[in-house]
Write a protein that binds this ligand. Structure first.
Ligand code: SF4
Length: 337
């Protein structure tokens, strides 16, 4: 692990410090400072050159079905059909990722991965092909004891539990359709079983998406999960490329647009049917960049559609793409480890 990676992981364990560092780094005075610009620019160039031939991180939406109706989730505006990715398609994608040098495959998208009956098989296959890191995100509601054993029996590297609140009242207000007590029990049991099996993997992350309604519970959330999870972190709600209802739920975030967005050079978002979106913000496939049933990852990643948006970003013309225009997602290249 490099010194940068060690520092990054240490900061992730110290959320308040991390948020303060982030706040300082996004100040206009810092962003326009020539020395900062030189250091940051060098970092951007390095990551761009690593990610340009092939995506470093590939997000595979195993399903877009979900068992919750979270307040800030744009799924109620989804026009894409619902489904589960065919096993042959995910195997093909994983083969390409392994050959292309992808660092991480994230088996998650705009749905609940535990609704995928093939999740464990896909995890095992990805690790067998040599993917360095395989991870998933879940709301944890379906993680009963049997499923916990099942997930702990496959070589999953990391699991992130999305848990947006510290009290039952706030949690159930935001994570509509889920039971606070049930999810707490599931996550606690998962950690206990992992320890009883003598495993250190998967690494357990707890994540809260900070928004107006749970802002006051940030500290309590951190305290609540500090012991149980390996990492606890808080991410600020962004507007999914300009969805009004989400903008209304959270504070405006995102660094001032001085630099291109790192998603365009590092991460590929694949929907369950094999089509590829602009980035993880593109929940409904508003900007389809290609179809893996017809082309390879390398072709799509290096072809004109992605190139055009990258060129606009490099020229500072962020407004030319309708999703990037109003996007408040965090674009910082410091997050890329
Ligand atoms: S600016 Fe926003 S919409 Fe555009 S690529 Fe980056 S994350 Fe996606």
């Amino acid at each position: 692990m490099t010194l940068y990676q060690r520092t990054y992981h240490w900061l992730r364990r110290h959320q308040l410090l991390r948020q303060n560092v982030q706040r300082i780094l996004t100040r206009p005075a810092i962003q326009t400072n020539p020395l900062y610009h030189r250091i940051y620019h060098r970092r951007i160039q390095k990551i761009m050159s690593q990610g340009e031939p092939f995506p470093l991180r590939v997000q595979i939406e195993v399903t877009n079905r979900c068992n919750a109706r979270c307040l800030m989730c744009p799924r109620d505006r989804l026009r894409r059909p619902l489904g589960v990715m065919p096993r042959s398609l995910s195997a093909n994608i994983i083969d390409q990722c392994a050959a292309g040098g992808t660092h991480e495959v994230i088996l998650s998208g705009y749905g609940e991965p535990l609704l995928d009956p093939h999740l464990e098989e896909r995890i095992t296959y990805a690790k067998e092909q040599g993917l360095p890191r395989v991870s998933t995100f879940t709301n944890g509601a379906l993680l009963d004891e049997d499923r916990a054993h099942s997930l702990l029996s496959v070589p999953l590297d990391a699991i992130t539990f999305s848990f947006d609140g510290a009290t039952r009242q706030v949690y159930e207000h935001i994570r509509r359709g889920l039971s606070y007590n049930q999810v707490v029990e599931n996550i606690t049991r998962f950690r206990t079983l992992r320890d009883q099996r003598g495993q250190t993997l998967p690494i357990i992350y707890m994540n809260m998406v900070q928004q107006h309604d749970n802002m006051a519970e940030t500290g309590a959330f951190m305290d609540r999960w500090q012991e149980l999870a390996d990492y606890v972190f808080v991410t600020a709600l962004h507007n999914m490329g300009g969805v009004d209802k989400i903008t209304a739920l959270g504070p405006a975030v995102g660094s001032p647009r001085q630099y291109p967005c790192y998603h365009l050079w590092t991460g590929l978002t694949i929907y369950w049917d094999g089509t590829v979106g602009l980035c993880c913000v593109d929940f409904d496939g508003a900007s389809i960049m290609g179809d893996l049933n017809k082309s390879s990852i390398r072709e799509i990643w290096t072809e004109s559609a992605f190139r055009a948006v990258r060129d606009w970003h490099q020229a500072g013309q962020y407004d030319r793409h309708p999703l990037c225009k109003d996007c408040t997602a965090d674009h910082s290249w410091w997050h890329q480890v």
